[in-house]
Design a protein around this ligand. Sequence first.
Ligand SMILES: Cc1cc2nc3c(=O)[nH]c(=O)nc-3n(C[C@H](O)[C@H](O)[C@H](O)COP(=O)(O)OP(=O)(O)OC[C@H]3O[C@@H](n4cnc5c(N)ncnc54)[C@H](O)[C@@H]3O)c2cc1C
Length: 397
Amino acid sequence: MDLEYSAEYKDFQEEVRAFAKNHGHKSPRGSAVARPTEQAREWQALLIENGYAARTIPKQYGGYGAEPDILKNVIIAEELNRAGLNRGLSNQGVTMLVPTLLEVGTQEQRDKWIRPTLYGEVMWCQGYSEPGAGSDLASLRTSATEDGDDFIINGHKIWTSSAHVADMMFILVRTEPDAPKHHGISYLLLSMDTPGIEIQPLVSMTGVAEFNEVFFTDVRTPQNQIVGKRGEGWQVANTTLKHERGMLGDPDRTARQLQALIDCLKNEKANGRALMDFPVYRDRVLRLQARVKAMQYHSMRVLTCNLKDQDAGVARLIVKLNATILNNEICETAIDLLGETGTLFGDSEYVRRDGMWQYAYMYSLGLIIGGGTSQIQKNIIAERGLGLPREPKAKAS
Ligand SMILES: Cc1cc2nc3c(=O)[nH]c(=O)nc-3n(C[C@H](O)[C@H](O)[C@H](O)COP(=O)(O)OP(=O)(O)OC[C@H]3O[C@@H](n4cnc5c(N)ncnc54)[C@H](O)[C@@H]3O)c2cc1C
């Protein structure tokens, strides 16, 4: 296999490298759960203008409008990562709602929401999970009933990331209470300013309130804010989940974590020798490196299918499962190798890299659960991907 870039792609690589060199100082830093800062919005606009974000999204919606090209996508990611630059907005609106609207939204919804979402002017949260409806999402009970031109929503969502900073929510509601559970769901768009919404923060083990409980009491949203047909929200929800799982399995993020682990091994010492010089540590890192490489090539296969509008099938399902576990194992390895300083956190004077490993370890545990747990991913891979028998359903009591 020849993995050298051809002349055309080498030129493109030079172009991105030059962009990174000339504009890199404008790149923002910061948390993905916060609202984008002005600097983050300006950086996003610059990336789009140059075709390094929203690359294949049509110009009419504010994207760059390029033809799909897998190698160019890979080069952009490689070069921005190499330069340590932000790769643009990656919130739930940009990564999940925009592709959903492009697939199944009305023309009016695309015109209204895609551009401001891409440019960080409108921030979204995802209202799927409920107490009692996480893995078994189709059991959700938050209801929406018709009243004139509106739906009226009542119920309770949980684990809603970024709800406290979001302008809008894409929400799953039950509109047909008597239909079989997968058929009575609709997918609505909802302003978080609407009267009747109450948001309560939930603090995760990282110590940060990244997600929330959201309560709805007689909350109105216009009927034209439905995405897809009434009662067919389950299919729309799965379109969004497909993109969520892809986003959670970003191989470049994993490759960056691995590089940080390698740097850590080169810099940390035991008995005067760099940890990297101990075969037992090097062996652990090599095993992780092999899995990261395999994941990078695997994700190219998925990307190729996406760009050709083909369903990657079981290959797509493996990405989220592998990536989230691998991210966690890389952090776990770093904490192990740091020995007695490994478990330090917060403001300890001995903590390394401001406790980045410890924070990332706890955060990455959440991502193994969010977007569908590993056990659920394995069930889906077995049943839909490999055609194994469906797991037995519990009898209704
Ligand atoms: C960091 C984070 C962010 C999140 N953000 C959002 C968000 O923005 N919006 C949103 O709507 N939700 C969000 N979630 C919720 C997430 O989607 C759910 O937590 C997830 O789907 C699991 O549901 P649950 O928590 O109710 O667990 P449960 O479904 O109760 O599962 C409990 C355990 O049982 C296992 N299990 C359940 N059913 C099966 C089965 N059939 N076979 C084998 N094992 C099974 C699960 O794997 C899990 O280990 C987030 C969660 C996390 C951790």
